[in-house]
Write a protein that binds this ligand. Sequence first.
Ligand SMILES: O=P(O)(O)OC[C@H]1O[C@H](O[C@H]2O[C@H](CO)[C@@H](O)[C@H](O)[C@H]2O)[C@H](O)[C@@H](O)[C@@H]1O
Length: 391
Amino acid sequence: MASVAVPEEMLIPSAQAAAVGGTYPPPRSATSAANYRKLITHMDLLSSGCKAASWLESMRASSPTHLRSVSLLPGAQAESVESQWKTRFPSALSKFEEITAAAKGKKIAMFLDYDGTLSPIVEDPDSAFMSIPVYFLNAFLVFLCIFSPPSSVLPLFTDLLLLKMASVGFQMRAAVRSVAKYFPTAIVTGRCIDKVFGFVQLAELFYAGSHGMDIKGPVNHPKHKKAEAKSILFQPASEFLPMIDEVYNSLVEKTKLIPGSKVENNRFCVSVHFRCVEEKRWSGLAEQVRSVLADYPDLRLTQGRKVLEIRPTVEWDKGRALEFLLQELGFSDRNDILPVYIGDDRTDEDAFKVLRDRRQGIGILVSKFPKETNATYTLKDPSEARTLTFF
Ligand SMILES: O=P(O)(O)OC[C@H]1O[C@H](O[C@H]2O[C@H](CO)[C@@H](O)[C@H](O)[C@H]2O)[C@H](O)[C@@H](O)[C@@H]1O
């Protein structure tokens, strides 16, 4: 197979490029971005005129499990695209010195996506813990003590393995907690705040739930009212709450016979999960979603990782939430701040784009596989995100 020609300017190391113009991240050449985009197929979907084949392709590619499942244009060689991608979007860990140089003299604000960034992607959305639940660990240890022969080395080995896994999870919370001690930190997620707070459990953070349509401040924020666990800072779509509930109920009803499907109420938006649905049933599930939405012209459909998301048509997304939070922090018009946003999903691209357009801040995409992105750096998985925040 012919290898893919990469234009020279795509291969400029970001450190060199950072020196140009003094802004960070460096402006990206329009030609190079366009050329790169040609290598990875476009993934926008579900606008009313979308083609079925590209939609399925797009859903498959939203959560690739190996390099070969990345959606490439015909003729593009996966390994070649991967190595070009790694050059274009280097690892944030390998460029740590470059990042600290960019942060020198600046005040950092940290923005963290949840699923796929702070917690690994798992089949059951309700089990996307940052750590193994302690009760599970305890129960397992008791089980081992009762049922394993004391002479066996297996229990010891398993205990150690479990403790290691649990400590990885605890480290993630500890990492976020320590970041928040020094820098204002926000979780920016598609989930509703209550759910994500149940996972993260750190009251000192800002939370932008429902793709930024529900923004709350930490307990020590000046707007905090004592009676609430968190103070509401902004809810641009509150009038949609009854409609979202209605749609949630219809979707639960319409999809109940599709094995593996799951509908999640994220308060200002609804997620319909495809991850555990057999691929041959994806079109049927999407059809049910479309049929419900047909009655709600004020709602729109977007796609995440093996999930369709139903949201109000308000012009609001994670990027707008990021801008709102910068404003709230008094950072909006300052040159001496460096917002850092880490995320893994297509919805995080809105925030990466805001940073790029502002020429201020660092977007870090969490992905093992080539994806078109507005981020500047990459990390392979949540454990690398933890390592970065621990530095
Ligand atoms: O903005 P995020 O924090 O990334 O939230 C986006 C969606 O994340 C969750 O779904 C994803 O993670 C699940 C658990 O790992 C996985 O099963 C699913 O396939 C992923 O799409 C969440 O459940 C959704 O409601 C969020 O919209």
